[in-house]
Design a protein around this ligand. Sequence first.
Ligand code: FES
Ligand code: FES
Length: 155
Amino acid sequence: MALINLHVNGKNMSVDTETDTPLIYVLRNDFDFKGAKLGCALEQCGACMVLVDGEPTNSCVRAAAEFEGRQIETVESFGNPEKMSDIQQIFAEENVAQCGYCTAGIVCSVTSLFRKTKTPSDEQIKDTLNRHLCRCGSHSRILDAVYRIREVAIR
Ligand code: FES
Ligand code: FES
């Protein structure tokens, strides 16, 4: 066991845990951020995506200890059901989520993309979404939502 110090959603947080505990377990079980989901646990589906120093990062394999000194953001930092971010709002309006298991991870990646550019190319959008698997097959609605976010952003 070791004391791990993390910076999550703007706050310094500590946990006493095994040195090899994956980040997602600490976020969900110790810090109660339940947005990131455990899917494949193989860095292949994106359900566990969070932002680390602004970059989409799978949290299911790498140990929490590796993220000391980094800025971690989970989907909870972007908004909540009462006050959603613009991206979350459009995802909701477009009924992107079927079961919703993949959605928080996708919102993290899309948020990172639109922080970098308001006018991502179709290729950039597809590259971003390529790291995510929606087991419900909602890919076309996800794509429609991201195209709409781009339209709104450039108005
Ligand atoms: S649960 Fe991390 S990529 Fe699938
Ligand atoms: S909405 Fe169910 S996995 Fe994507």
